[in-house]
Design a protein around this ligand. Structure first.
Ligand SMILES: [Fe+2]
Length: 465
């Protein structure tokens, strides 16, 4: 299982990064086409004069030979992430991303014009076109260097191995069961230290670079299991995780809602779930009426594209909207594809079952699925962070009118100074634009529960629908 640091917003502490002390000059590979005089004077012994895209961002890997570099940029034509070693006799690792090319390579720092770095064989996990630059579109591109396993990965959007696009595997297991470089020519990768980022076009003032000490190795699964339920097979296959592996924000949320008394059916109203199911499935009942009122909430009118948000408590300023929400999903209903304003969340299924689908981005060419859906039933708990499972869609695919009720709880990251108050969703309008949704309340929990109890009593006694 990978470390929780993988899931912290990589840009929150950008000011913490140290500038490297030596050997950082890696010229842009995308310099303007030089004049004939410039070509005649070209020597690879000195850095080239950069005509365009010369403004570099520099950082260091806190641990030599490994880490994850994230770059948020709206580059127009190209992006290069170069990582070199303090020893200038050793090569530099390059990730190049343009609108029609993407690849890992290595060569001398001064490789710019008149010379091509040596490609590093890699597999395009979702096709090479998926790797290309999205011109003018502020996007996060990341490079993960995993020294222990000898894997170099590139991906877009969130820092998640689910979103890896290009992968080079350069280590093999030797006879003693130790991972070693497949060829001694890769030994210099152990010493990678300095990071230099350059781009072509776009607004360089909007570029942000962040470095994390750990590579992206495995994603934690979406299922949280109690510690006393996890077996060694579970650890090996990674089908579930324990709460201790999650970011602190999720651990806090879990501690609030995982308890055995966080239930829908309680002694004071043991039929609450059945009563909700009746209410949302019956014309004229409270649940159905509330759903009808919001049929065009996310774009074109669509009754099945609705769910109820029954809020619990008040907005404490630490989450997008009220931190606890009982969400009610009639059979066949679904949410739009949405993110969570970069907040953290824990979701507990209280009644019925729900499918959760995960996506890469709300911007074109997304959203595209990044993993198999999680299927959660009553008692199951799942999570999401600012970097993992952030964009999802919930769908109640149960037959026969079976309602699902979930408890959502949200919290901003501890370093989040923006507190973006909205969820962003993919509109069901024909244009499918990305829009803001301010988390709202269809009714406070106490009021809803009392109204449903009265309605249920009337129904049971034959005096109401
Ligand atoms: Fe959600």
């Amino acid at each position: 299982m990978s470390h929780r640091y993988n899931f912290v917003d990589p840009f929150l502490n950008a000011s913490d990064f140290q500038a490297p002390a030596e050997r950082v000059a890696v010229p842009s590979p995308y310099a303007a086409v030089p004049s004939k005089d410039e070509v005649d004077n070209l020597t690879h012994a000195v850095p080239l004069v950069i005509k365009r895209g010369s403004d570099s961002s520099v950082a260091t890997l806190p641990i030599e030979g490994q880490g994850t570099i994230a770059v948020s940029t709206n580059a127009k034509a190209g992006l290069r992430i170069a990582v070199n070693t303090p020893d200038s006799s050793k090569p530099t690792l390059f990730l190049d991303v343009t609108t029609d090319h993407c690849g890992f390579s290595y060569g001398k720092d001064s490789v710019v014009l008149g010379s091509t770095p040596t490609p590093i064989p890699a597999v395009a996990l979702k096709g090479i076109a998926a790797c290309y630059l999205l011109p003018d579109q502020q996007t996060t591109y990341w490079l993960s260097v995993d020294r222990p396993n000898g894997v170099i990965r590139y991906g877009k959007y969130y820092l998640s191995t689910n979103l890896a696009l290009l992968e080079a595997t350069l280590k093999v297991k030797n006879d003693q069961g130790v991972m070693v470089w497949s060829d001694p020519k890769w030994n210099w990768l152990d010493d990678l230290k300095n990071v230099v980022v350059t781009q072509v076009g776009g607004d360089e003032t909007k570029r942000k670079v962040a470095v994390q000490p750990l590579p992206l190795v495995n994603d934690l699964p979406p299922y949280i299991a109690p510690s006393d339920a996890v077996s060694m097979s579970d650890l090996e296959t990674g089908v579930c995780t324990v709460v201790g592996n999650l970011p602190p924000e999720c651990q806090r949320l879990y501690a609030n809602v995982a308890g055995p008394n966080i239930l829908l059916n309680t002694p004071d109203f043991p039929d609450f779930g059945a009563a909700i199911e009746h209410s949302v499935n019956t014309k004229g009942c409270l649940g159905y009426k509330l759903l009808e009122k919001k049929a065009d909430e996310f774009g074109k009118k669509d009754f099945t594209g609705t769910y109820l948000r029954i809020t619990i408590g008040r907005d404490m300023g630490d989450s997008p909207g009220i931190p606890y929400v009982l969400e009610i999903w009639p059979a066949g209903h679904y949410s739009p594809i949405h993110d969570h304003g970069d907040a953290f969340a824990v979701i507990k299924v209280l009644y019925g079952s729900i499918h959760v689908y995960y996506f890469d981005s709300l911007d074109p060419p997304g959203p595209q699925h990044i993993a198999n859906p999680a299927v959660l039933k009553a008692g199951d708990i799942t999570w999401l962070s600012s970097q993992q499972y952030q964009i999802h869609q919930l769908r109640n695919e149960s037959p026969h009118g079976a309602v699902c009720c979930t408890l959502q709880c949200y919290q901003y990251g501890k370093d989040d100074s923006v507190h973006y108050e909205y969820f962003r969703y993919k509109s069901t309008d024909p244009k499918g634009e990305k829009k803001d949704f301010q988390p709202n309340s269809d009714m406070p929990f106490g009021e809803f529960k009392r109204a449903i109890a009265i309605e249920w009593e009337k129904y049971k006694s034959g005096q109401g629908p």
